[in-house]
Ligand binder design. Sequence first.
Ligand code: FE2
Ligand code: FE2
Length: 279
Amino acid sequence: MVSTTPAGLKIQPRHMDFDFPNPLPRHWHSGDAFKSHLFDAMSVLFPDGERFFIDSVRNFREQITDPELLAQIRGFIGQEGHHSREHLVYSDRLRDLGYDVTRMENRAKKRIHYTQKKFSAKRQLAATAAMEHITAIMADELLRNDKQMKGAHPMMRQLWRWHALEETEHKAVAFDVYNQVGGNRKILHRAMRIGTFFFIKDTFLGLAHMLKEDGLLWNWRVWRDGLRWMWGKEGAFRPMIKTYKDFFKEDFHPWQHNNIELLYATRLEFDKAQEPAAA
Ligand SMILES: [Fe+2]
Ligand SMILES: [Fe+2]
């Protein structure tokens, strides 16, 4: 079983500069309010979250001597920086539609500020490694099953696939840094439990707010279909129960979920244009 990051894995940011539809179609994901707003609610949390991830890895950069990991840290910081930038434009489009994005952002900002003030740098890094696992397992599902983005606005599909690809590429960076600086599993597991709780809570509050603005908060069909899409027999989140739990195994490493082939396949979609022409 793999318990390390594949040797020679390159992590390079891609400059995308998405041309977001303006206005953003309110239900850009297949005309479905629940699906669209679940993605929206997560997206709003990303810019602040990703800045926190960058900071918490940066705090330990000087302690890392392995040149390969140092290169991956650079790639990780570049990728998360670009994600933040694109998701901020996304947030502005949501604001234009009348959603109280600032309130959602402030909730995340407050929580991050508290974490940075009250917890040690090591615990902050543990939180980052944990949250990166959550993004990694969601990214895997999104890339693996094309149906998850079926019917979505093409540019939005592209944005989420790009983000999922890069989350897959750098999924073990914070984890490897945490290990190299002697982080222990108990703190890591605790960080995961707390992080999961707040991530679900903040995403849910964002989703509920946007559904309320759409006049759909009390529409039982929206919830029935949405929850079925998430947790039903073929549900998008179903396969993640196992991969989520794996994080709590004593010898867990993110690349034990070896999706390198999926990563290579997805790269072809994005990197074709940048490959040097054959001589
Ligand atoms: Fe990201
Ligand atoms: Fe990430």
